[in-house]
Design a binder for this molecule. Structure first.
Ligand code: PXL
Length: 282
């Protein structure tokens, strides 16, 4: 019999369209060859274009999923959509009791189409109870602004936001995929994401590391943030050091974006493909 692969848990919402949340995380885990466990926090109904319904599953069911996952065994954790304060509280309390396990948070606040995926009143609890227990948090520019209170128009403010968030506990990866405002990226020599490159900034409390990679020109990018944080968690599940797990995850997302495909009648929406290069009939 084969030895079991690393076990990596996602704590996330379901996306019925299969682009983001737990479906994206589990595809990423499969591509990394880890055993994916899944504690769902909410069920969402989503067409290719919009989030039509969101239903949190409630703290009791979330707690039971976490406890059963713990019995199976977990080497690393990815946390995504948390929906409400009661769910944040259950996850934070469970982590406090869990033996130390590397955890990555994608601080999902709202969907691409603008639907709130975390109640605003839950943010202070996220900062106070959850962030101190995490190895890494992976905000995009909007989320980094919300967590730090810093307005970000360029790399310098992103560095300041990362410093502030790191003081709350975890290392920080500020993802630049949404692009810095054009003027700021020009003043940074055009390397801040406005042009042909994207800069993801990692700060571990001691030093910054910039991951600069080509901007993949696709409109079909749903699930990008989910996939990145799940890929880092999968790398940590394989016991990679954080820097190396991030480096590989950034490259993994680049490949997944190159393999992106359209969904829905208009063709204007679609998703990256964590299984890029691995698809096919068996
Ligand atoms: O991309 C953030 C995200 C995470 N999790 C779920 C989502 C979304 C965006 O729509 O639906 C379940």
């Amino acid at each position: 019999m084969a030895a079991p692969p690393p076990r990596v848990l996602t704590i996330a919402g379901s996306d019925s369209g299969g682009c983001s949340g737990a479906p994206a995380d589990l595809r990423t885990f499969a591509a990394y060859g880890v055993h994916g466990l899944c504690a769902l926090t909410a069920v969402t109904a989503q067409s290719a274009a919009e989030v039509r319904a969101v239903e949190p599953l409630g703290p009791d069911l979330v707690r039971q999923q976490l406890e059963t996952a713990e019995e199976i065994g977990i080497e690393a954790i990815k946390i995504g959509m948390l929906a409400d304060a009661a769910t944040v509280e259950v996850v934070a309390s469970w982590l406090e009791r869990l033996p130390p396990t590397p955890a990555v948070l994608d601080p999902v606040l709202r969907s691409t189409s603008g639907t709130a995926l975390l109640d605003a009143e839950a943010i202070p609890m996220l900062v106070e109870r959850l962030l101190p227990q995490l190895l890494l948090v992976t905000p995009n520019l909007f989320e980094a602004e919300a967590l730090s209170g810093e307005t970000i128009t360029g790399l310098e403010e992103a560095r300041n936001a990362a410093r502030r968030i790191e003081r709350m506990g975890p290392s920080v990866l500020v993802t630049g995929g949404h692009g810095y405002p054009a003027a700021a990226s020009r003043s940074n020599g055009g390397t801040a994401g406005g042009g042909g490159e994207v800069t993801d900034l990692l700060f571990d409390g001691n030093r910054f590391e910039a991951f600069v990679h080509p901007r993949i020109r696709t409109r079909w990018r749903r699930g990008t943030g989910c996939t990145l944080s799940a890929a880092v968690a999968a790398g940590l599940g394989w016991h990679l050091p954080l820097q190396e797990a991030v480096r590989r995850a950034v490259a993994f997302v680049e490949r997944a974006l190159r393999g992106s495909y359209p969904l829905g009648r208009s063709g204007g929406h679609g998703t990256l493909d964590p299984m890029a290069g691995r698809r096919g009939r068996r």
